[in-house]
Design a protein around this ligand. Structure first.
Ligand SMILES: *[C@@H]1O[C@H](CO)[C@@H](O)[C@H](O)[C@H]1NC(C)=O
Ligand SMILES: *[C@@H]1O[C@H](CO)[C@@H](O)[C@H](O)[C@H]1NC(C)=O
Ligand SMILES: *[C@@H]1O[C@H](CO)[C@@H](O)[C@H](O)[C@H]1NC(C)=O
Ligand SMILES: *[C@@H]1O[C@H](CO)[C@@H](O)[C@H](O)[C@H]1NC(C)=O
Length: 594
């Protein structure tokens, strides 16, 4: 998503609606035969308090009975001092990631319409989808013990890092939460050789990261070490969890590839409780699956090793803000959006990448041009702003050169005080191929789709018409292959990822929440229809994506599923729209009957 320094909307609205059932070929039933319904707290199989206490001792007292984050703001648990502290943190990502019972978007904390959101004291607090217990893991053994406990007692297990996830994969009702946020290792090795590599294998510069290290801290450490590490635009996202396992993009991916293209090695605890090393020399299938097959699916990554790159010496950063002609917004909007999309192909060829935030009345963009000077960048970028002014919009632009990635990052993405979390949001999205941008007739259709989407969603959770565009593919991203990583192949042909947003408020009636979601999914069809054979980035995607297997994993799904069945035959790791999840019912508590 966008760096939080941009003007962020007060986003507010989504939940998981009807899971789309996808007809499966016959061999799948073999897998479901191995799966059992999870044990629930109301059943005799549920571990008794002594058994939980023993787990607590086993993990050094790090087992936390878990309540929803706003628990003390609701009767009968209301506590005014505690509630004040909750209110102060509730909408901030940094606060939410420190709560065992919270994720970033609160729609995922609701289960079967019940939850414990916001601060209405008389509104009853339900556990919802919040796990019943959390292990606050700090080392590999904590993770292994927790995995073995969940497997042995048939308790649903969820894996949570920072709680950033638009598919709700890191939370679940009646579960034990394996929380890896405090595994914070950040260690550089300028001569890294993967474990098990043959003698004489060339070493590479690398950074070794614990699961819970976040990009803010890794970018700082990389700057101190005078290297660049490819990470996320959002400083609070975890480095080694779903971000990278699902692909991992950044504006500078165009220079050094997606996150998956930068992985040298994983350490992972699999469903059998074993600690495994996966790299180009051992557990190769697992290594491939972990680079694109999605988080929370193949095991618990406890350590990831990524390539380091020489630090960028110069990056031009172009910010622009364009206000459409107020008296004739539709025409100006149409012209500005069309011209903006028309420029993407040329800008990409010239080395640009970046993000834009397109709304009904204005648009804002932040674009990057590494290894160039401001004069060159201005020559390429200014004509767009001039065009916007010439058609009656008011365009403001600023091109500034930064001498390092970290200078740019800390000046633009580390602004504090952005209330950007603790809301109910769903996304719709699509990867738009390079070929779309290469032909003006196709650009015209795409800009028409943008206009129609803004109109579609006006009454359905997106009154500002917010569409986010991520020009993060092309360049080095286009060079990766399916032989190397399992990331959705459409990434390699894409130039831009487009994200639509819809949101609602806690008091929005459930039927309306579902309607908003349906409208979003339908409206995203305008992009699907223009881009047959493409897909969507699994980490910024519609939880109700039709044909999610094809859209998120493409032709790789089959091989991913066979690896999944090998490393996790009993389906310990099950999450929404994850590889193998359609072996399960929508609530992921029982295998699906066929
Ligand atoms: C608070 O919750 C109660 C119980 O659900 C409801 O009747 C009331 O309307 C809510 N108040 C507000 C301000 O939303
Ligand atoms: C989790 O563990 C970390 C590291 O020991 C500690 O700082 C943090 O307070 C713990 N969180 C909770 C909620 O117990
Ligand atoms: C804005 O739109 C109005 C209505 O079409 C038009 O009369 C006016 O000239 C436009 N303003 C600019 C600055 O182009
Ligand atoms: C452009 O941005 C830089 C960096 O934020 C700032 O110092 C400068 O004042 C801005 N220039 C204009 C004309 O706004």
């Amino acid at each position: 998503m966008l760096p939080s320094g941009l003007p962020m909307l007060a986003l507010g609205t989504i939940i998981t609606a009807v899971a789309v059932s996808v007809a499966l070929a016959a061999p799948e039933s073999a897998a479901t035969g191995r799966l059992r319904c999870r044990c629930l707290p109301t059943q005799p199989c549920w571990p008794n308090s002594d058994t939980w206490a023993a787990l607590g001792q086993d993990v050094g007292g790090r087992l936390i009975p878990t309540k929803p984050a706003a628990y003390e703001c609701h009767n009968p648990n209301y506590d005014s001092a505690k509630c004040d502290a909750i209110k102060a943190g509730y909408h901030y990502d940094y606060w939410r990631q420190q709560q065992p019972g919270a994720v970033q978007q609160t729609n995922w904390e609701v289960f079967q319409g019940k939850g414990c959101l916001d601060f209405n004291q008389t509104d009853v607090c339900h556990q919802g989808a919040v796990p019943l217990y959390t292990v606050n893991a700090t080392n590999f053994e904590d993770v292994q013990k927790t995995v073995r406990f969940a497997a042995k007692h048939n308790v649903r297990l969820v894996v949570k890092n920072t709680g950033h996830d638009y598919l709700g994969r890191s939370i679940g009702a009646y579960s034990l939460n394996l929380w890896v946020f405090y595994m914070k290792k950040i260690e550089f090795n300028d001569n890294f050789v993967p474990e098990g590599a043959p003698a004489g294998t060339e070493s590479k510069g690398a950074v070794i990261l614990g699961s819970g290290a976040i990009w803010r801290d890794v970018f700082k450490a990389a700057d101190d070490h005078n290297v660049f590490v490819l990470g996320g635009a959002d400083p609070t996202v975890g480095t080694s969890g779903g971000f990278c396992q699902g692909g991992g993009h950044h504006a500078l991916s165009t220079k050094v590839g997606l996150c998956v293209d930068n992985v040298l090695q994983y350490k992972i605890v699999t469903a059998d409780g074993e600690l495994k090393v996966a790299n180009a020399y051992q557990n190769k299938d697992l290594f491939w699956a972990l680079r694109g097959g999605g988080g929370g699916t193949f095991g618990v990554v406890v350590e990831a090793t990524y390539k380091t790159h020489p630090a960028f010496k110069n990056i031009v950063y172009a910010t622009s803000y364009i206000l459409y002609n107020i008296t004739d917004p539709t025409v100006t909007r149409q012209k500005v959006i069309n011209k903006f999309l028309s420029y993407q192909h040329e800008w990409s060829n010239n080395g640009w990448s970046g993000y834009a935030f397109i709304q009904q009345n204005s648009m804002a963009a932040v674009y990057y041009l590494p290894d160039q000077d401001v004069a060159t960048a201005t020559k390429q970028y200014q004509p767009f702003l001039d065009y916007a002014n010439s058609v009656g919009a008011k365009a403001f632009g600023n091109l500034t050169s930064y001498s390092s990635f970290y200078d740019l990052f800390s000046a633009t993405a580390l602004t504090t005080g952005t209330r950007n979390a603790g809301v109910q949001v769903v996304l719709g999205s699509r990867l738009i191929p390079r070929s779309t941008f290469a032909a003006q007739t196709k650009v015209n259709k795409l800009s028409e789709a943008f206009m129609n989407i803004q109109d579609d969603l006006y009454d359905f959770g997106n009154p500002e018409g917010t569409i986010l565009t991520h020009l993060v593919a092309g360049g080095q991203v286009a060079k990766g292959t399916t032989a190397e990583t399992s990331v959705l192949p459409a990434w390699r042909r894409a130039l831009m990822h487009v994200v639509l947003v819809a949101s609602w408020l806690t008091e929005t009636p459930p039927a309306e929440q579902q309607l908003v979601q349906r409208k979003l999914t339908q409206s995203t069809d305008r992009l699907r229809k223009l881009t047959p054979g493409s897909g969507a980035y699994v980490n910024e995607a519609d939880p109700n994506e039709p044909d999610w297997k094809g859209a998120f994993f493409g032709a790789n799904y089959k091989r991913l599923k066979s690896i999944k069945d090998q490393v996790d035959p009993h389906g310990l790791f099950a999450c929404h729209n994850c590889v193998g999840s359609d072996d399960w019912n929508k609530d992921l508590l029982c295998p699906r009957r066929r």
